[in-house]
Design a protein around this ligand. Structure first.
Ligand SMILES: [Mn+2]
Length: 324
């Protein structure tokens, strides 16, 4: 691990930091530390040992994910051939080992506690920002890990915007509230969505009917997510209750979850044990002031899957009970 040595001027700006040495080595649990200024030289030596080649990891398959570091290192390491390790790293990242699963489950535990707290408090809350604020307070209180992504809290018509970014609206009395949120632990994400009636009762027939429809899609996703099936095949099965009802499908059912909330993946590969995917059908009807998404995280196992977010109330009965 390359670290900035303690610079008394920077300490005034950034606070004290661990310089390279035995304390940092122990603290971060790494094999060795060195000053950041030695990085370029060490990389050059390593590249030379490898015949003038250097493998770096950057994402070029998906737009918007290209690393700014790549052109910098290309300039710094003229004469060294840079190879992208992405094609080898992506299949590795798609399969989580036991330690990675433990961290994910810890993130789920924090997320679950936050969402359950919000469920109890929601009927008394007036604005979307109160919900987002309460979740953040809960996550920060549980650990200093960053959140997995900016929380989405959309009430009424705002629930029908897939990546609603504002969280500054009023919560509609007796309307629906969509909450998409996740904590992290040890660098691993949770990603959960629940859609709740603001007052705690599914007493509006249209909302109830649509909620049950999305739930049926989700149950199909859960039932068929197992080794051997591809995500596209899973999509073709899970959305049928929605499309049979003449409603529009706006997005995919699943993405991989890991270090990134949308972890890199090869979607043509069939599911295999150790993969962690979301199961998140949704329906979005702005004209009716309704948006519903229900999202769980599924760990693919040898015989099927484990729903790692199953402790978070989801059925109509469980949500009504949790909201008092
Ligand atoms: Mn998701």
């Amino acid at each position: 691990m390359f670290l900035e040595p303690g610079d008394p001027v920077r300490v005034v700006w950034d606070g004290a930091r661990l310089p390279p040495g035995s304390v940092a080595k122990k603290h971060f649990g790494v094999h060795a530390t060195a000053p950041a200024s030695a990085l370029k030289e060490r990389v050059l030596v390593a590249a030379e040992r490898a015949g003038g080649r250097l493998a770096m990891l950057w994402r070029e398959r998906e737009p918007g994910y290209q690393s700014l570091q790549v052109p910098v290192w290309r300039r710094r390491l003229r004469g060294v051939k840079m190879v992208n390790a992405e094609e080898h790293a992506v299949p590795l990242r798609m399969i989580k080992d036991a330690d990675e699963i433990r961290w994910h489950k810890r993130a789920v535990k924090v997320t679950a506690a936050g969402l359950k707290t919000v469920m109890r408090q929601l009927p008394q809350m007036k604005r979307e920002c109160e919900v987002a604020g309460e979740l953040l307070r809960h996550y920060v209180g549980a650990s200093h890990d960053p959140i997995a992504f900016d929380t989405i809290v959309g009430g009424g018509v705002n629930a029908a915007t897939l990546h609603y970014p504002h969280n500054d609206g009023a919560l509609p009395a007796k309307g629906c509230v969509l909450i998409d949120s996740g904590a992290t632990a040890g660098g691993y994400c949770a990603d959960v969505t629940r859609t709740l009636p603001h007052h705690g009762r599914f007493d509006r027939p249209r909302f109830r009917e649509l909620y049950e429809l999305v739930l049926r899609c989700q149950e199909l996703g859960r039932k068929h997510a197992k080794p051997g099936i591809t995500l596209e095949e899973l999509n073709a099965i899970a959305w049928t209750p929605l499309t049979d009802a003449g409603l529009t499908r706006h997005h995919g059912l699943s993405h991989h979850i890991g270090i990134e909330v949308h972890d890199p993946s090869d979607r043509t590969l069939p599911l295999a044990p150790g993969m962690l995917i979301s199961n998140e059908p949704g329906v979005y009807l702005p004209d009716e002031q309704i948006g519903i998404r229900i999202e769980d995280d599924l760990l693919i196992t040898a015989s099927g899957n484990e729903n790692t977010t199953r402790a978070i109330p989801k059925t109509i009965a469980a949500i009504e009970a949790a909201m008092g």
